[in-house]
Design a protein around this ligand. Structure first.
Ligand code: ZN
Ligand code: ZN
Ligand code: ZN
Length: 368
């Protein structure tokens, strides 16, 4: 194909002048990471004045919101109060750890609404607020469901999961997310604290693809102390079948692991979409754990995200697996975009969860 222009940075051929989309994004990220406290304050003020535009993901307001939250971990209480005042309930992340008066306002709205769509948004907002009163409210609503519950697919404890927590039958809080987040980005320094996409020798009983250790995390690395696992966490799967079915695997702290077959819904003559050569591409991804941690929402609005801990960018709804051994909701561990880990070998993102007690990981795929 003949292109009229080339990107002045990466030389990629294209039909328009100036930076390509990827280089433009990289430049924006570089600039946004350097925002001063004054620049962040200006953007919070802009958001207060343009709350209605937040719903449009392409709008400047959305860009400012995510720059502040994901790169700097900032949402001002003034912004949270203004959002409640104008009844702007999306994106629900606005209400992350909002102050008590805002929380009480959300609860009031939830108790007075009859609209199930609005109730659903408010449940997400309260999940993000996430304090003990929010928990009690969601617990009560689960025990005594209002009329709007009939039209929702899941209970309030499942909504709570998108805020990074949930509760059991007795109303006891359970953590879903970890309170630290690290990006995993292209570097090539040889850091092995996190290894992505290592090809194995065993094959998938459904399709014959080589299996891969999708991610292996060294819990003894100082940076990864927050996981509380004194050894290696490895999540093993079939890279082809994992795009169609949820997969589990078991790990030992010494780094060994085993995928749990069969995958539900997969037969023993599935097509293999991942050749042995594709597996090699996957292995040479050059991704490494960042030196420093980032704000919790660091990769929570990034289609090409690879990160550990913090919040995920769910392409569809937040989905936390139950541990196949103990039945408890698992802990959200990592997200891996295929675009980033395998050069677009397939679309979408694989989310990894773990039960640290039973040493089981779950992996599931989402795409648009
Ligand atoms: Zn470029
Ligand atoms: Zn397979
Ligand atoms: Zn378990």
């Amino acid at each position: 194909m003949n292109f009229k222009y080339n990107c002045p940075v990466c030389n990629r051929g294209q039909n328009f002048e100036g930076l390509c989309l990827k280089c433009k994004e990289a430049k924006h990220l570089e600039e946004a990471l350097k925002f001063t406290p004054e620049q962040i304050q200006e953007r919070q003020q802009y958001l207060i004045e343009h709350l209605d535009d937040l719903e449009d993901l392409e709008d400047t307001a959305a860009e400012y919101f995510w720059d502040c939250l994901s790169l700097h971990g900032v949402i001002s209480e003034d912004l949270q109060r203004a959002a409640l005042n104008e009844e702007v309930f999306y994106p629900w992340e606005i209400y992350y750890h909002a102050p008590e008066d805002v929380r009480d306002g959300l609860i009031e709205c939830l108790k007075s609404t009859e609209d199930s769509m609005e109730a659903s948004h408010l449940l997400e907002c309260l999940a993000m607020q996430g304090d003990d009163v929010a928990l009690e409210t969601l617990y009560e609503l689960k025990k005594n469901p209002p009329k709007w519950r009939e039209k929702l697919y899941v209970d309030p404890d499942v909504y709570a999961e998108s805020g990074g927590w949930t509760f059991d039958e007795s109303g006891k809080r359970l953590a879903i997310n970890y309170d630290k987040c690290y990006g995993v980005e292209k570097k090539g320094t040889g850091d092995k604290a996190v290894v992505i996409g290592k090809t194995r020798e065993d094959r998938c009983p459904h399709c014959g693809s080589l299996l891969v250790d999708l991610i292996s995390i060294d819990g003894t690395d100082k940076r990864l102390d927050f996981l509380g696992v004194p050894g290696k966490i490895t999540a093993t799967c079939c890279p082809s079948c994992i795009c169609f079915a949820e997969g589990f695997s078991r790990f030992n702290l010494d780094g060994s692991s085993e995928a749990c077959f069969p995958y539900k819904g997969q037969s023993d003559d599935e097509e293999n979409y991942v050749s042995d050569d594709d597996c090699k591409v996957l292995e040479n991804n050059g991704l490494e754990l960042n030196e420093k941690d980032s704000p919790l929402f660091y990769k929570a609005n990034d289609w090409n995200a690879v990160s550990i801990g913090g919040f995920a960018h769910w392409i569809q709804d937040c989905l936390i697996s139950k541990c196949p051994d103990c039945g408890k909701p698992m802990r959200y561990l990592a997200q891996l975009s295929w675009e980033t880990i395998a050069n677009g070998m397939c679309e979408g993102t694989v989310y990894v969860e773990m039960c640290p007690d039973c040493k089981v990981t779950a992996m599931h795929h989402q795409q648009t």
